[in-house]
Design a protein around this ligand. Structure first.
Ligand code: F6P
Length: 548
């Protein structure tokens, strides 16, 4: 295990070398960097696993990349990657292995947790999922009244929702349009009500997805789903035909009333936000079929191999992770924008928010010290071109530096007239405009009156990555997700934090549990919070409608 008490990150000579280099380079403009090297656009680009990454429009030189890689080596990135792949307990605060890479291993590979090869279990669950998915898709899995399933509702939250929704949307083109798919996550009853209002309980299957099977939102929605089904089906026996579970917790699944024969298992060495390629992806598999799901896993796996074996200077996730560190820690950038120019990827930024921010939103190092540097930036984004007509103004001319990832495809899955050329023209135009801007002289030369010139000037020097793939296939989606997973790992390694725990979500959960009886008990339950919380609760109590 590599959790030794290393020197603080900022004391490392490799960090200080970057600090010195930053002072030299921070005012250099991308216009000059491109002018100095006619081949920069080709030199600062890497292609592998079906993805082409152009990182030339970043505020870096070859020396920056060299120094960043030196930092990565100094922070034992190579050893940390191996430790992850070897199944070491690199999630130190939960004392767990981190082996999502085993979820996409081929049948003949070996990944061990505590000396046991987990790959056979992974494939046994995948085979069980495939069998189930095929039966639902072929109409062989009948509901309680003998009718086939026409609607699948995944109930889960966080990693048990965001991955399935994102991938369902991303792969909709490949999905069975005869079955309706819905996703319920929020404990807000509106989410459940709207998702089920037009569904027939006799034809609806619920997948209750929860690693722990104790999450308040999911358990509340699952109970509501049970009531909703049984109101029509009127027999507890119907639960077995209309409810399946995805979980690591067989005991709780059983207590809920779901037969564990209808449970799809995964393991504590799979983090919630890394679990859509495990059984948590069951709804995706039902939607797109086992073959497409396996293609997606093959895409992940190809990126895993790339990450593990490719030298850092050509390693896509390593380069992307190090660039994030570069802007986050040296340019003090607070956020990263992710702009997929592909409508099917509309939920990708939301998915990435959990992956990146629940992983790297930490302020204590692996050896228990308070960091004296910035860790995980805020990730956000919207599909192009919509963002251009909304927040891009700030990226182009605001006072904040926002590095952005632009994601585009050579071919659309829905060719209509010249839409795709127009879409991609915008990818190239935006990254060009962000990098090169428009000088005051250029604006003046267009005849702009002097007073308007500063308003119409674009400073440029705004960094972007461009990620291109041929078309959005299940494989490419898998590779793209793994690219970000491993980029997050690279960042977490540099920051020396545990990217696989999430203690920061606990306090709110505990306090909510304490407040629930206070709301339901009205004035009989005394309040002992601060004066703000007490007043808010009293106000709510006075006006709440009792629906329990
Ligand atoms: O509250 C955060 C979290 O623990 C996430 O990490 C996880 O993905 C989500 O809740 C859901 O947890 P579960 O799958 O156990 O219901």
């Amino acid at each position: 295990m590599t959790t030794t008490s290393a020197p603080s990150l900022t004391q490392r000579p490799t960090w200080q070398a970057l600090q010195t280099h930053f002072v030299e380079i921070k005012d250099r403009h991308l216009r000059d960097l491109f002018a100095e090297d006619d081949h920069r656009g080709e030199r600062f680009a890497v292609e592998d696993v079906g993805l082409y990454l152009d990182y030339s429009k970043n505020r870096v030189t070859a020396e920056t990349i060299r120094l960043l890689i030196e930092l990565a080596e100094d922070c034992s990135l190579r050893e940390r990657i191996e430790a992850m792949f070897r199944g070491e307990t690199i999630n130190v605060t939960e004392h767990r292995s981190v082996l999502h890479v085993a979820l996409r291993a081929t049948r003949d590979e070996v990944f061990e947790v505590d000396g046991k090869n987990v790959v056979p279990e992974v494939h046994a669950v995948l085979d069980k999922m495939a069998d189930f998915a095929d039966r639902v898709r072929r109409g062989e899995w009948k509901g309680y009244t003998g009718r086939p399933i026409r609607a699948v509702v995944n109930i889960g939250i966080g990693g048990s929702d965001l991955g399935p929704v994102m991938a369902y949307e991303a792969l909709k083109y490949y999905s069975d349009r005869e079955i309706t798919f819905r996703f319920v996550s929020n404990v807000d009853s509106t989410d459940f009500a709207e998702a089920t209002r037009d569904l027939d309980p006799a034809e609806t299957l619920f997948i209750i997805s929860s690693k722990t099977f104790t999450t308040l939102e999911t358990m509340t929605n699952a109970q509501t789903a049970r009531d909703w089904s049984l109101r029509t089906l009127k027999d507890d026996q119907a639960v077995a035909r209309h409810f399946v579970a995805v979980s690591t917790n067989a005991e709780e699944v059983s207590k809920f009333g779901i037969d564990t024969a209808n449970m799809f298992e995964f393991w504590d060495w799979v983090g919630g936000r890394y679990s859509m390629d495990a059984a948590i992806g069951l709804s995706i598999m039902v939607a797109v079929g086992p073959d497409n799901f396996r293609s997606m896993l093959a895409g992940y796996h190809a990126m895993d191999l790339h990450f593990r074996t490719t030298p850092f200077e050509r390693n896509l996730p390593v380069l992307m992770g190090l660039l994030t560190v570069w802007y986050n820690n040296f340019f003090d950038a607070q956020t990263v924008g992710v702009m997929p120019y592909e409508q099917y990827l509309k939920r990708f930024p939301a998915y990435l928010q959990q992956l990146t921010m629940e992983s790297n939103g930490k302020h204590i190092t692996l050896d228990g010290r308070l960091v004296d540097y910035q860790t995980g930036p805020i990730f956000w984004g919207e599909p192009g071109t919509n963002g251009q007509h909304s927040f891009y103004q700030l990226i182009h001319q605001g006072t904040k530096l926002i590095p952005c990832d632009f994601i585009g495809f050579m071919q659309t899955l829905n060719p209509i007239r010249d839409h795709h050329d127009l879409l991609m023209a915008n990818v190239f135009a935006q990254t060009e405009a962000l990098a090169f801007g428009k000088t005051a002289d250029e604006v003046r030369a267009e005849g702009t009156p002097g007073w308007l010139v500063p308003h119409r000037t674009f400073e440029g020097n705004r960094p972007t990555n461009t990620i291109l793939a041929e078309r959005l296939t299940p494989e490419v989606l898998g590779s793209l997700i793994a690219l970000y997973e491993h980029s997050v790992f690279t960042q977490g390694t540099i920051w020396n934090i545990d990217s696989f725990d999430q203690w920061g979500v606990e306090l709110g959960k505990v306090l909510a549990k304490r407040i629930i009886p206070e709301l339901e008990g009205r004035d009989e339950v005394p309040l002992s919070h601060d004066s703000s919380t007490n007043t808010l609760i009293k106000r709510y109590r006075a006006h709440r409608a009792d629906t329990t």
